[in-house]
Design a protein around this ligand. Structure first.
Ligand code: PMP
Length: 405
């Protein structure tokens, strides 16, 4: 009867106990936390079996796609930027203050979710060539979304400068009758209407320049990695979109782990690779005899820039090396991780994993390498994964195929 079934069966109980202790070797399940903010950080670090076996190194992935508000590493940054603005009295929860941000998508999604949780409005500007599911998700989260024609971050008419201008106009609109009369040009009438009806104050989060960004990784990601690795780590590999992750983690770990190598994973078209390896941001075009800024031209979203942001600047002296990864290599790595490990990640994580393998090969077997799995593949179905195609029944891909893609 029921009583019989409820009584612990000795054998089953042992098995359950063993499996529980395998799953939660040290800490046990996490405690109850407060709200969606409480689901940010303390992400798992796991051994990526296929890459570890193939290289003889231990290649570990920080599962940042498990952050609980916007499902990416950007949750940490969004929370940090909001909290610091609240501490400074720039934002007040529940007032409908508007947070403006320029983003490839992830930071906007995190800000939009947290804005809802805290009683703000999010107005997000993003390049129109980013995966459509990101802007759709922003709309579902109740954000105002501006899709701006793609333009380099150094150019006036790009998504970041648009967000800055809107926040500026909002601020003026709360002190003068009309932003138009005060000479601030804003993009279109719909947004003007939005501004007129905006409650509260406007705040430009500014993830590229706001040091709350790298501090979130210095206070969170870095210490978590140190604890998870028990201080034993040979290399940390990460891409840079704002540079917050690589700077914050490097600033925390480098002084604590002697000999740690920090490697930038850089997609094709990004200027940072040259900056790290040769100290210049420019491609030198021999034929034309001119130096020019590279255009970031890649299918990879969220990483790759052609200027040194304040967040990259903060840790750039600690970046030891850079690996350039082509779109073809990122696509091949993303497929590989599904085929071999059942890991379904986005484009920047694929770049990170490719660079982690290159780093493992350079260091040689027996080293421990940590990289970041920033977001899930489900946020990249219409663009990156549309290009990658279906993995189907493939089982026999060799790592050389990925490396030579
Ligand atoms: N991956 C994704 C998907 C991102 O959106 C970003 C941030 N734009 C990054 C990686 C890079 O992180 P960071 O801004 O800290 O350099």
């Amino acid at each position: 009867g029921l009583e019989q079934r409820l009584r612990p069966q000795k054998k089953d109980d042992d098995t359950a106990e063993a499996s529980r202790s395998r799953l939660n070797a040290r800490t046990g399940p996490p405690a109850i936390v407060e709200g969606v903010e409480g689901c940010i950080g303390n992400t798992p670090l796991f051994r990526i079996k296929s890459l570890s076996d193939a290289t003889g190194c231990e290649i570990l992935g920080k599962a940042e796609f498990l952050n609980g508000a916007g499902q990416s590493s950007k949750d940490r940054v969004a929370l940090s930027m909001i909290q610091i603005a609240e501490e400074k009295g720039i934002l007040t929860p529940g007032t409908g203050d508007t947070i403006y941000e320029g983003t490839s998508g992830s930071t906007g999604i995190s800000l939009a979710a947290l804005a809802r949780a805290k009683g703000y409005l999010a107005h997000i500007c993003m390049p129109s060539d980013q995966a459509i599911e990101k802007s759709n998700l922003l709309l579902k989260l109740g954000a105002i979304v501006d899709r701006v024609p793609p333009a380099p971050i150094v150019e006036k008419e790009n998504f970041v400068n648009r967000a800055r201008a809107l926040a500026h106009a909002h601020t003026l609109s709360s002190t003068t009758p009309s932003p138009v009369e005060s000479g601030v040009s804003t993009p279109d009438t719909a947004e003007m209407e939005g501004l007129r009806t905006a409650r509260g104050r406007g705040y430009f989060a500014d993830q590229f320049e706001n040091e709350a960004n790298w501090r979130a990784h210095y206070d969170g990601t870095g210490p978590e990695l140190y604890a998870q690795c028990e201080g034993r780590l040979d290399a940390f590999v990460a891409g840079a979109g704002t540079g917050g992750t690589i700077s914050g983690v490097a600033l925390y770990l480098k002084p604590r782990i002697p000999g740690l190598t920090v490697v930038l994973a850089d997609p094709q078209g990004s200027g940072l690779y040259n900056r790290v390896r040769y100290g210049v941001m420019f491609d030198i075009k021999e034929r034309e005899g001119t130096r020019r800024r590279p255009q970031v031209d890649t299918i990879v979203e969220g990483i790759g820039i052609n200027r040194v942001t304040a967040n990259f600047e903060a840790g750039k002296e600690l970046v030891d090396d850079a690996v350039r990864v082509t779109d073809a290599q990122a696509l091949a790595m993303a497929r590989w991780l599904v085929e071999k490990d059942g890991i379904f990640i986005g484009s920047s994580s694929a770049v990170n994993c490719f660079a982690a393998v290159k780093t493992a090969m350079k260091l040689g077997p027996g080293h421990r390498i940590v990289t970041v799995l920033s977001d899930s593949g489900s946020r990249h179905l219409s663009r990156f994964w549309a290009k990658a195609g279906d993995v189907g029944g493939a089982t026999d891909t060799k790592l050389e195929d990925v490396l030579n893609a």
